[in-house]
Design a protein around this ligand. Structure first.
Ligand code: FE2
Length: 431
């Protein structure tokens, strides 16, 4: 079933695309001047007056403007929890086993379970972390999320993501990002799919500045891929969902909302293959801060303090000499949610598995488990390659509140803290 799609390459570019030759006007954007009887419609992803570098917008040329969408009514509460009460706070380190395969039919949107969140949908700050585990496609159902952009990290199964801008196919080891407010639906390319979602209420994700690293390294803009225009000219009975202020609403429509024939702009969905990330690391001693592995960042209010960083721990050479190579023990003002796409994370010998997760909230001590530590203390530090691994982190300046679903999940490990309990005491004041 897998189709080879062609994409446009670049990050933050002003792209343009037309599915039918002549559908994209050369000058004006007004409906009266749109070609082929299409309507013009702008989607703004930033305030009109944001600086040019921060400005995000896209012009659609579509069969029917989005105002024809019916009246939205709230639908029964979903397992998304971005505004409701959370579980009472806990300073403990938390870890979850892989979230299970669904036992009844559930599509991508229906399957979301919110684990943790911070900030505020209303004031556009913070993020929510959801797990999806779906076994059917969103046939005839479309959605847009007014509350935030969606950074999706598949761990199992490929997703076919159809958006107003066109179609993307994304597999584990890739990510896909869907802008706030953009209509889309997700089909499965397999029997079931699981992964992680960062719903970003804050500033849009962008690639970080490289500073003294120079012009190359980390994620290369040319490896970010945006779809070409493709559209559905379909009549029928369709569900259109919208997520607004933490509530899910539904309306019905008699045409597919993915009816954009041409578009131009820089407010676009994109995908990125994490296997193309060029890690930069120490070449002499000690472990750098994990920020060196940042793929995307959503800036916070203070310079250098992110609303959310998306950080990965990919396969890489370890060459530092005479040092402790795993991540160091630390306590962090930032809050760290981690997931694992494949393999084993180099700070944990066991217990942290693909499809599971861990949360080390603000100032919660963490680091390598006892087995990893003991092994690393004895390692001779010859150059070695960490293979078959892909862990990631959603690191936020705001402490995460864990939801009731997260704290009562059968996947929550009761014994996580034990992974450090056997850490040896090497010091003796008597010697
Ligand atoms: Fe950490």
């Amino acid at each position: 079933m897998k189709t080879e799609l062609k994409y446009q390459s670049g990050f933050g570019n002003h792209f343009e695309s037309e599915a039918i030759k002549g559908a994209l006007p050369k000058e004006q954007n007004s409906p009266r001047n749109a070609p082929l009887g299409l309507y013009a419609e702008q989607l703004s992803g930033s305030a009109f007056t944001r600086p040019r570098d921060e400005n995000r917008k896209i012009w659609f040329y579509r069969i029917r403007p989005s105002v024809v969408q019916g009246e939205f009514k709230p639908v029964s509460p979903s397992s998304w929890n971005t505004v409701g009460p959370c579980h009472p706070p806990s300073p403990n380190q938390l870890r979850w086993n892989p979230f299970p395969e669904p036992t009844s039919k559930v599509d991508f949107i229906q399957s979301w379970v919110t684990l943790a969140r911070n900030g505020s949908v209303e004031t556009r700050s913070g993020v929510a972390i959801h797990i999806y585990a779906a076994n059917q496609s969103m046939e005839g159902t479309y959605i847009s999320n007014s509350d935030g952009e969606l950074l999706i990290v598949p761990e199992k199964g490929s997703l076919i993501v159809r958006t107003e801008c066109g179609e993307l196919i994304v597999e584990p080891s890739e990510i896909v990002c869907i802008p706030r407010g953009m209509k889309f639906h997700v089909c499965l390319d397999g029997s079931w799919a699981r992964g992680y979602i960062c719903e970003n209420f804050g500033e849009v994700f962008r690639i970080p500045t490289l500073g003294l690293i120079g012009a190359n390294g980390l994620a290369d803009p040319r490896h970010f891929l945006t779809p070409h225009a493709s559209f559905e000219d379909k009549k029928g009975s369709f569900r259109l969902l919208v997520r607004f202020q933490g509530t899910l609403f539904e309306s019905s429509t008699d045409r597919s909302p993915l009816d954009v024939v041409a578009w131009h702009g820089n407010y676009v969905p994109y995908k990125y293959d994490l296997r193309l990330f060029q890690p930069v690391n120490t070449v002499r001693l000690d472990h750098p801060d994990p920020s060196i592995f940042t793929v995307l960042t959503s800036p916070g209010l203070l310079p250098g303090q992110a609303n959310c960083d998306f950080v990965i721990f990919p396969p890489r050479w370890m060459v530092a000499q005479n040092t402790f190579r795993p991540p160091y023990f630390h306590r962090n003002i930032m809050s760290e949610f981690m997931g694992l796409v494949k393999g084993q994370y180099d700070a944990k010998q066991k217990g942290f598995l693909p499809g599971g997760g861990s949360l080390h909230n603000c100032m919660a001590p963490h680091g390598p488990d006892a087995d990893t530590t003991e092994k690393a203390m004895k390692t001779q530090n010859d150059p070695s390659y960490i293979d078959n691994t892909l862990a990631f982190m959603f690191e936020s300046c705001y402490p995460y509140q864990v939801t009731q679903a997260g704290m009562t999940s059968p996947s929550l490990q009761k014994d996580y803290l034990n992974c450090w309990s056997n850490l040896k005491v090497y010091f003796s004041s008597k010697s």
